[in-house]
Design a protein around this ligand. Structure first.
Ligand code: F6P
Length: 365
């Protein structure tokens, strides 16, 4: 027999389309199958702390086009390493709260979980799944770095927001004959920078997967100026790094499944370009703008397909799986195939080759 009450949570950083998934899960379960749904607030934190709300048809009415998540999210609360107050020395006490998650599920009659999140969220669900509560994951992230799926929802919206921002930087850079370096999100994956860089016609694209040589970037900017184009746009991934050096870390977030927050490479590249070329250079860090706002149509559609499929797969008996998009088809794969891995841009990706062939510099020879 399939589940009678499904719990839904959103974990990790938010992204456009989360609400569209929640809506599809709730409507598919309740309208399509008469299965009840409840929402768990603020990711796994709500599961540990027993914060559960009813989710009915009315709760999800009108949220398809809303950014963020009506359930709230959290990128610190991993059940197996849960920060629970402080010890006698004032240090954070880390406990295994898996049992508390299971107790909350039992109390509310939750017999399956839909977890909507990225790699961290999927990894966090493993101990819960192993303890016997069936889990199905729905892959979200603006980074598009989840293995097993051709696309995560949220990415297309973030890429289009980033493209629009790069377009805006283009006009001001051109007017002032400046270089503008725009630092984009994506962690260790360059998908967002590659896609928005190509879409906006950035002159230089710096990706984590292709460590760059500063002199190549500076020579390229100089040669553009010598050729009469006084400005340049550099789309720089937050995970980009100078060949032979590490990525630049902005901060470490205690308690997060992936504590490192990248940032700062944009300013470093700008300093370097200005010093070496003498051309006035500015930096823009696009930041969380890329995660906010309404999902574009393609993300609303993908999120709806994912949410619907998650419920259908659960009712067909799938357990501890992740919903994925492969060659245009929605399928499911084992949760363990996804956890602890990253899908990076192959250095011979056709889009890199196409961009190189039309004169885009990637900072490498
Ligand atoms: O994984 C999504 C993401 O937006 C990354 O692109 C970025 O590095 C990180 O999250 C930022 O995390 P936070 O919201 O904790 O600053």
């Amino acid at each position: 027999m399939g589940p009678r009450r499904i719990g839904v949570l959103t974990g990790g950083g938010d992204c456009p389309g989360l609400n569209a998934v929640i809506r599809a899960v709730v409507k598919t379960a309740t309208l399509g199958h008469g299965v009840e749904t409840v929402g768990i607030l603020d990711g796994y934190q709500g599961l540990v702390e027993d914060r559960v709300v009813p989710l009915e048809r009315d709760s999800v009415s009108g949220i398809l086009d809303q950014g963020g998540t009506i359930l709230g999210t959290n990128n610190r609360a991993a059940p197996a390493r849960y920060p629970d107050g402080t010890d006698a020395n004032g240090k954070p006490r880390i406990v295994d709260a898996t049992d508390r998650c299971l107790a909350t599920a039992e109390k509310h009659g939750i017999d399956a979980l839909v977890v909507i999140g990225g790699d961290g969220t999927m990894s966090c669900s493993a101990p819960i799944a192993q303890a016997g509560l069936p889990v199905i994951g729905v892959p979200k992230t603006i980074d598009n770095d989840l293995v097993g799926t051709d696309l995560t929802f949220g990415f297309t919206t973030a890429a289009s927001t980033a493209t629009e921002s790069l377009d805006r930087l283009h006009t001001t850079a051109e007017s002032h004959h400046r270089v503008i370096v725009c630092e984009l999100m994506g962690r260790n994956a360059g998908w967002l920078t590659l896609e928005s860089g190509v879409a906006s016609g950035a002159d230089v694209i710096l990706l984590p997967e292709l460590p760059f040589q500063p002199e190549v970037v500076c020579d390229f900017v100089q040669s553009r100026r010598a050729g009469g184009r006084g400005f340049s746009i550099v789309a720089c991934a937050e995970g980009a790094r100078i060949a032979g050096q590490d990525a630049v870390v902005a901060r470490r977030v205690q308690g997060s499944p992936d504590p490192i927050r990248l940032g700062g490479i944009g300013a470093l590249v700008a300093d370097l370009v200005e010093r070496e070329t003498g051309i006035e250079t500015r930096t823009t860090v696009l930041g969380h703008v890329q995660r906010g706002g309404a999902p574009v149509a393609a993300d609303r559609v993908l999120a709806t397909q994912f949410g619907h499929a998650a419920v259908e797969f659960l009712l067909q008996g799938a357990e501890n799986q992740v919903v994925v998009l492969r060659n245009g088809t929605i399928e499911h794969i084992d949760l363990m195939e996804v956890t602890g891995k990253q899908r990076l841009v192959p250095t011979n990706h056709p889009l890199i080759r196409a961009a190189q062939s039309i004169g885009t510099c990637f900072g490498v020879h």
